[in-house]
Design a protein around this ligand. Structure first.
Ligand code: 2AL
Length: 264
């Protein structure tokens, strides 16, 4: 099984960290390929950056289809481009926020989210609503650490994120915590030990859930909203993202879409 874990930002050190964490939960016979888009922001901490990350994500899904990927993980907590990726992919596509929230509600009654910057909290709330967890979400907290400082050498990020998780559990009455950034993936086990409730990292949750969906033979619906997008002219910088007529309506899979993909 080939799971393509896409880091929606373009910082390769973060892709490496995400790949290392995802591989820990890969079953024997599962290959985790962690990839970085050829275009997009260095980190995603605003709606603007999230929007501009989506073409690079779709480029990586199209390449994954050509490479025979069985499933995809979108490893940014805003779950950018999730619906669009499902329209291109023939296998399951999971967002890390989506996966983490689902996992948290299977081990606790109410979860709190601890994210990076305060300005990302609105998106976290939006996703809580989208996935139907308004009653299960006890709170969203920001520790005001920028994404790329989470794993900086000598950073106090781990201690600060741990404190926020503890405060969330005590203050919100949560019995599970969801980490709100892919860059926190490597902190998960130690924070869980320190805080004493299950702490869910979306990268590992999404990887192992994607693996399970492939095992179950479940794929995005080919009819309805997740059908391949209709052929349509795309102009300017987005011209390479045009979907060919052959990719739609029983033709070859979206892998045949003429998306230009620059080597990783
Ligand atoms: C993220 C994330 O997971 N990756 C990134 O670049 N930004 N999320 C966040 N809440 O800051």
């Amino acid at each position: 099984m080939l799971i393509r874990v896409i880091n929606p930002n373009t910082t390769r050190a973060m892709t490496d960290l995400i790949g290392r964490c995802a591989r820990v939960v890969a079953a024997p016979g599962t290959v985790v390929e962690a990839v970085t888009p050829s275009m997009g922001p260095a980190s995603i901490e605003s709606h603007y950056e999230e929007a501009l990350a989506v073409p690079g994500i779709l480029e990586q899904v199209a390449q994954g289809e050509r490479d025979g990927a069985d499933a995809y993980v979108l490893a940014c907590f805003g779950d950018p481009g999730l619906d669009a990726a499902r329209e291109l992919a023939t296998g399951p596509v999971l967002g890390i926020a989506e996966a983490a929230m689902h996992a948290a509600t299977m081990v606790g009654r109410r979860f709190s989210i601890v994210t990076t910057l305060g300005r990302t909290m609105g998106r976290a709330h939006d996703l809580v609503d989208r996935y139907g967890f308004r009653d299960a979400c006890a709170g969203v907290h920001a520790c005001e650490i920028p994404v790329l400082e989470l794993d900086a050498p000598g950073s106090r990020a781990e201690a600060i994120v741990t404190d926020y998780c503890r405060l969330a559990v005590e203050g919100d009455g949560a019995d599970a915590v969801v980490l709100g950034c892919a860059g926190m993936a490597d902190l998960c086990a130690r924070i869980s030990d320190a805080v004493g409730v299950p702490v869910v990292d979306g990268v590992t949750a999404a990887t192992t859930l994607a693996q399970s969906l492939v095992t179950l033979g479940l794929r995005p619906a080919v009819a309805g909203e997740y059908a391949t997008p209709p052929p349509k002219a795309m102009r300017g910088l987005l011209a390479p993202f045009e979907i060919a007529a052959a990719a739609v309506g029983g033709g070859p899979s979206p892998a045949a879409a003429p998306l230009v993909v620059t080597a990783d």
